[in-house]
Design a protein around this ligand. Structure first.
Ligand code: ACO
Length: 371
């Protein structure tokens, strides 16, 4: 049977978590547009891991559980301090730190569902502390301990900046987390499912997923978008930059998508957030440049922005370092990866496809002196 390059169009599993039918993204049947406008990230995580949205009591208990598990073993930060932090990418740090969290979790290889759910809580709670703590250590500062009285989005910004974020910042960051939480069988989620389908542990599945998200064709694109915006520098430079990029057949980061040919439903939210936040920060040029790039790339190439394009200027406007954009994507997507890992375990079969062999025909072994 001939191979399908990149598994395009291949339906590899059933899943009850998120759907992108007809270009509409839903989590457990709830439209992402409604969730982005109304839900807290904690509500969305609860939804992804359960059958429905939580009621107030369930949400309060869930938030308490997350907040209560956010501290990480001191060894994790000690290990990070020993890394060559000026030369290593934060996604490599995150990949290693999450693996270390597994080493210090005595339940790492306990495979029953309740233990796996406890690990899910710990991983979701701790990834925010790890990313924020790493950023502080890299800047020569001490990590800020998580607070139990703040919501997930607020707590992350608090640990990152060592100050309480304002309402606008929390609202914007919460919305970004909601929008990135899950996305059907994207590359990193598929990677996580392949890993745990061998009945390997949750930590191994998440480490594998982080490795897949790191690549510039997937989650790594948001950092590359900001690199492009910085390189272009002004709205006036956009046409010549793109002309040159098109002539050199370069990919324009933040555009195109394997499954959305009529637009990524998350992009419009991030576009509006980018407008508001760049106006607020007095650096509207990032939004104006993005709009100009969008206009030219869509007109000339027929490509539409994906989730990563406008998220770049959103995160920049929140004062977040550019190389933290992809780790922040991982903070949010952790929720989707865990939902898929739990779903995979609940109805598991080893994932082992075939390859179409295109190598040499059968031939006789030649002894080394005759080669
Ligand atoms: N810039 C320029 N040309 C592009 C782009 C782009 N961003 N995206 C697709 N194209 C072109 C391809 O070169 C190809 O042209 P060809 O037919 O002349 O060879 C055509 O459009 C079809 O694209 P494919 O590469 O077949 O699309 P595929 O589904 O394999 O890849 C992908 C999708 C990886 C997202 C691609 O569009 C891309 O590389 N985009 C830039 C990176 C990016 O933004 N990634 C984030 C995606 S969202 C996420 O993962 C969170």
């Amino acid at each position: 049977m001939p191979a399908t390059k990149g598994l395009e169009g291949v339906v590899a599993t059933t899943s009850g978590i998120s759907s992108i039918i007809d270009g509409v993204l839903t989590y457990k049947g709830y439209d992402i547009d409604d969730l982005a406008d109304h839900a807290s990230f904690e509500e969305v995580v609860y939804l992804l891991w359960n059958d429905d949205l939580p009621n107030q009591q369930q949400l309060d208990a869930f938030k308490k559980e997350l907040a209560g598990n956010a501290a990480v073993p001191a060894e994790v930060f000690e290990q990070i301090k020993a890394f060559p932090l000026n030369t290593i990418h934060p996604m490599a740090v995150l990949r290693t730190a999450v693996s270390t969290l597994g080493v210090f979790d005595s339940e790492a290889d306990v495979m029953d569902e309740t233990a796996n759910r406890r690990k899910a809580i710990r991983l979701q709670a701790q990834i925010a502390t790890v990313v924020a703590g790493f950023a502080r250590i890299r800047d020569g500062k001490d990590p800020v301990a998580p607070r139990t009285d703040l919501g997930y989005a607020a707590n992350f910004l608090y640990m990152l900046f060592d100050r309480e974020p304002n309402e606008t910042e929390v609202e914007a960051f919460n919305k970004a987390l909601v929008l990135h939480a899950d996305h059907e069988l994207n590359a990193s989620t598929f990677t996580a499912r392949v890993c745990v389908a061998t009945l390997s542990d949750v930590y191994s599945g998440i480490v594998a997923a982080i490795g897949a998200l790191k690549g510039p064709l997937h989650g790594g694109a948001n950092e590359q978008v900001m690199k492009m915006l910085t390189e272009i520098g002004s709205v006036e430079n956009v046409p010549s930059y793109l002309e040159n990029a098109f002539a050199n057949k370069e990919k324009i980061m933040g555009f195109g998508h394997r499954v959305y040919k009529n637009g990524d439903p998350r992009a419009k939210h991030l576009k509006e957030m980018s407008r508001q936040l760049t106006e607020r920060s007095g650096e509207k040029k990032w939004y104006d440049m993005s709009i100009k790039i969008n206009e030219i790339v869509t007109n000339e190439k027929g490509l539409l922005p994906n989730v990563d394009f406008y998220s770049a200027s959103v995160y920049h406007s929140l004062g977040i370092s550019h190389d933290l954009f992809t780790p922040i994507f991982a903070v949010s997507r952790m929720s989707g990866w865990l939902a898929h890992i739990l779903e995979q375990y609940s109805n598991n079969r080893l994932i082992r496809p075939r390859a179409e062999y295109v190598g040499p025909d059968k031939r006789a072994y030649v002894s080394i002196q005759d080669r």
